[in-house]
Ligand binder design. Structure first.
Ligand code: GLA
Length: 682
């Protein structure tokens, strides 16, 4: 259930309520003064009502240790306010200026190999450096005091994408902070030695000072040390976030504080489930990775972000109008994708749609990254699409403040399992945790069944069906929760390499899948990963890759949903389901991919009594997401295909029409290729 009044949900200013926020990172310090007037004129033309300002402005604001230059920033703040544009003001600490790194090179991060990450790019600071923190907090204090009463100030934006480039630092500062973190976690060296299994390879520690981050070693560093270092590194950045936030709250208690998360495919280092409660509202950055699951991945990330935000509105702080500059090949968005991608975030709870960045840079490393106002200027398809998006967001004002309507099925997402399942020295190095979760999500989308992507610690008890792909790390309390869930009538589904270790990365003994063996009613003596080009056939017509298991059924009540019909385990179970009271526990022992999971999921959903809310003809063609208030429901229908889709069977008053043209149309009967319709039901 969505908590109606979470302590932490404080939206940027009353002025932003009742409408969707729309804007971008704004970097006026890259441009001469005369350009700013054109900027605000075009921002107004496009419907922009918020910008993030001063993200990379430290060297401009504080040109030397003892000089400050706020004149330009005062002017920009005033200009934006005069034009009705609110400011999400950065603390400007994301990238330290050259004078600071020259004076204190010991704030620079160090890699596992002992190489220094030198200045010259950005974010070259150690999360645990006391010196960096001192300088950064001084800047935060000065910024907060200066702009405390400014009418444009709507929210604080701590740093920027904490951990984007510096999450793993192996410096001496990190070593000291890691030891303190370990002392707090374990209390005694004996406990640490036990948790880290240091009897292995003569690793037993006799003093805390001997402990180091997992620096480049002769071979596999201790796995629990590696896992703890990942946990520590995420916590160290969170601790830094708290330091800036606490100072901001002390000076401007009424201004909400956020920082932009990176819930997206390639970002693994930050356990955002443990960060979300630290901010006043959740903000996310998302960039599309081209490929067959690009749109599914966008939806998955937006869905998970919505649940990090507890089902409440969140802020899309950055995405792109078109190409980025940091992928191997940077392709432009196709017609309709700018609007569709933006509204997919709104469908999953975003009440703000912002971009990196407002005006495309003429110089610097991001000059080929798209923006709202491209190099070509306002007479461009990108700017026309941006303006259309502004109109669509206006038409969607009634959606602002609404919450996600919970689905009946959930996928559990767990950072600890992500980190631990992909560690080295494992049965396979090819396992990709997030990809397995995404494949299940794609299967749900193909079947037209709504599903919520939940952090594993969230309440999943009310869902009829819970899929926990590669739930590798299962501490005892989670075993109990999952067991109670199935015994209480829930339908649990899990996969290969789940239930294997406890929180210390120690094997649950007695046969796999260890912690989940009893509830699943199966036992596996040895893992059977597959070589890269090997496949196995199942008797339900699907093909497995990556992994197989030699399953013994230990509970006669277990049904076999599919058998291996090729490979070493021919004639043995591949997919099983054990009835547990009114519920069940199912196990999928191989990697099936989105297409192979589809028939399997269909069967599991049917057994759990779950069905699509969409007419049969459009299932898979359209993603359905729903938001609601006390008096209205909003249906977002997102065309996943390049073909038109007939929506005539769906009722509702159209707020945004069905075309790639984002006009409020009275008859959204046909959804254009890549189009989005939003219907209101009261
Ligand atoms: C990140 C950063 C931005 C910009 C974009 C480019 O999200 O926060 O400053 O570099 O990437 O995609």
């Amino acid at each position: 259930m969505v908590d109606p009044h979470p302590r932490w949900l404080r939206w940027p200013s009353e002025a932003q309520r009742g409408r969707l926020a729309f804007g971008a990172d704004y970097n006026p310090d890259q441009w001469p003064r005369e350009v700013w007037d054109e900027d605000v004129r075009l921002m107004r033309a496009a419907g922009v009502n918020v910008v993030s300002l001063a993200i990379f402005s430290w060297a401009r604001i504080q040109p030397t240790e003892d000089t400050w230059d706020f004149g330009w920033l005062d002017d920009v703040m005033d200009l934006l306010h005069a034009n009705g544009i609110a400011v999400d003001l950065a603390t400007a600490t994301a990238s330290p200026p050259p004078w600071l790194t020259a004076k204190h090179p010991d704030i620079l991060p160090v890699t596992a190999n002992g190489e220094t990450l030198w200045p010259g790019a950005r974010q070259h600071w150690r999360p645990t450096s006391p010196i960096f923190r001192e300088y950064a907090l001084r800047l935060v204090r000065v910024m907060a005091q200066r702009y405390a009463g400014h009418p444009a100030l709507a929210a604080w934006h701590v740093s920027n994408e904490l951990g984007c480039h510096n999450v793993y630092d192996y410096s001496d500062d990190a070593a000291r902070a890691f030891r303190s973190w370990l002392r707090a976690r374990y209390g005694t060296l004996d406990k640490l030695n036990e948790a880290w299994a240091t009897s292995f390879w003569a690793q037993r520690y006799s003093a805390w000072e001997q402990i180091l981050p997992p620096r480049l070693a002769a071979t596999h560093p201790n796995p629990t040390q590696q896992l703890d270092f990942k946990r520590f590194s995420s916590d160290a950045l969170r601790d830094y976030l708290r330091a800036e936030r606490d100072l901001l709250r002390a000076i401007t208690p009424d201004v909400p504080v956020t920082t932009n998360f990176m819930v997206m495919a390639e970002t693994k280092g930050m356990d955002y489930a443990s960060w979300a409660a630290e901010v006043d509202f959740v903000a996310n950055d998302h960039y599309v990775r081209p490929g067959p699951q690009a749109l599914d991945e966008l939806s998955f990330s937006a869905n998970l972000t919505g649940h990090l935000a507890g089902g409440h509105p969140w802020f899309l702080m950055e995405h792109s109008t078109s190409a980025v500059n940091w992928q191997p090949i940077n392709i432009a968005k196709r017609s309709g994708e700018l609007l569709r991608d933006s509204l997919t975030h709104v469908a999953h709870g975003a009440d703000a749609v912002c971009f990196f960045q407002w005006r495309q840079s003429a110089g610097g490393a991001e000059k080929y990254h798209s923006a709202m106002l491209p190099h070509a200027g306002a007479d461009s398809d990108v700017f026309r699409s941006v303006t259309q998006l502004g109109q669509a967001l206006d038409a969607l004002a009634p959606v602002a403040g609404s919450v996600r309507r919970p689905a009946r099925a959930a996928i559990l997402f767990d950072w600890n399992s992500w980190w631990a399942s992909e560690a080295d020295s494992h049965p396979t190095s090819r396992l990709r945790y997030r990809q397995e979760a995404l494949d299940w999500y794609s299967a749900f989308l193909t079947l037209g069944v709504r599903v919520d992507v939940l952090p594993a610690a969230a309440a999943f008890e009310n869902y009829d069906l819970v899929v926990a792909p590669v739930l590798h790390v299962v501490p005892a309390p989670l075993v109990e929760r999952l067991t109670r869930y199935a015994a209480g009538g829930g339908h649990l589904v899990t996969t290969y390499f789940s239930g294997i270790v406890n929180e210390h990365d120690h094997i649950w003994l007695g046969g796999y899948p260890g912690a989940l063996r009893d509830i699943l009613g199966v036992r596996i003596e040895e893992f059977s990963p597959l070589l890269d080009h090997d496949t196995v056939e199942l008797d339900n017509g699907v093909t497995g890759t990556l992994w197989t298991d030699r399953i013994d059924l230990v509970d006669p009540a277990v049904e076999v949903l599919a058998w291996y019909k090729s490979g070493e385990h021919t004639g043995r179970p591949a997919i099983t389901r054990r009835p547990v009271g009114d519920g069940s526990a199912a196990y999928v022992s191989t990697r099936l991919g989105p297409a192979g999971l589809r028939p399997v999921l269909e069967e599991l959903l049917a057994a759990a009594g779950l069905h699509s809310e969409l007419p049969a003809e459009i299932r898979g063609h359209v993603e359905l997401a729903m938001r609601e208030t006390d008096v209205a429901q909003f249906l977002f229908l997102i065309n996943r295909t390049d073909e038109p889709v007939d929506l005539s069977a769906i009722d509702g008053e159209p707020l945004v029409g069905a075309g790639t043209e984002a006009t409020a149309s009275p008859e959204p009967l046909t959804l254009a290729p890549r189009g989005v319709a939003v219907l209101r039901r009261t």
